[in-house]
Design a protein around this ligand. Structure first.
Ligand code: URA
Length: 243
């Protein structure tokens, strides 16, 4: 979910000023300022970083929250689901969800585990998922079969998905299990195409058996058990913003 900018009346309403309709009246009446400038236009959009004043009083902004979750498999990366499946949001403290409009940054498949960032900062989420910036995502992948050097080279050089080559990737072989005919690799990619890792491996003839994201923009799973969440440290947030 991208929550980059929203209409001024909506932002005011969610800060508890009044109903959206009443907020519109306040705007038209010239009683609202954004970053010190009077705004009377109803289509005006604001981000969470903007200062909004009503009758000279600054509105309290929602505190920005940055979390990293060790997502278990069997949970949907979404804030709601028509089919009633378990959501990653179900793993967060209920109290936090009452006061903060949190959402996951990008997606992990239902059957993928690992690093999932969760925030209410639409600006950061946009930078990490929608901009052209190359954010490194590291996956530990168990595939069916013993990976050949040719297969490794293909993954590194790029694989054709939907008529477009994937960007260069890093591949490290962690172990080859000849007895069970499977390989464990670390794959680092900088894109976030739909089911990219599964489709890349499938395309070269090595279907994925198990997939875990071990790092997103340098944020890893250190100290987290599956299903647990921790608050990001200030320097981690700074690094994510600088990427
Ligand atoms: N690539 C996939 O195939 N699935 C994920 O969940 C993440 C990356």
């Amino acid at each position: 979910m991208i929550d980059n900018k929203e209409r001024l009346q909506k932002a005011m309403a969610s800060c508890g000023v009044a109903s959206r309709r009443k907020c519109e009246e306040l705007i038209v009446a010239g009683r609202v300022k954004v970053n010190g400038n009077k705004v009377t236009e109803l289509g005006f959009k604001v981000s969470k970083r903007d200062d909004i004043e009503v009758d000279g009083k600054l509105l309290q902004k929602e505190e920005l929250v940055y979390l990293v979750m060790y997502k278990p498999t069997g949970y949907l990366t979404a804030v709601s689901d028509k089919l009633g499946r378990r959501l990653v949001m179900d793993l967060l403290p209920k109290e936090l969800l009452k006061t903060h409009r949190l959402f996951p940054v990008g997606r992990l498949d239902y059957d993928t585990s690992g690093v999932l960032l969760i925030t209410n900062d639409g600006e950061l989420s946009y930078r990490l998922t929608r901009s052209s910036k190359e954010i490194e995502k590291v996956y530990q992948v168990r595939v069916d079969g013993i990976l050949t050097q040719d297969a490794v080279n293909q993954l590194m050089r790029g694989v054709l998905l939907d008529g477009k080559m994937t960007k260069r990737a890093k591949v490290d072989i962690i172990s080859l299990d000849r007895k069970n005919n499977s390989s464990l690799i670390s794959l680092t990619i900088t894109e976030g195409r739909n089911r990219q890792v599964r489709r890349m491996c499938e395309a070269i003839g090595f279907p994925v058996k198990k997939l875990k994201r071990t790092s997103f923009g340098g944020v890893n799973l250190d100290g987290l058990a599956m299903g647990e969440t921790r608050v990001l440290k200030p320097h981690e947030i700074k690094v994510l913003y600088s990427l």
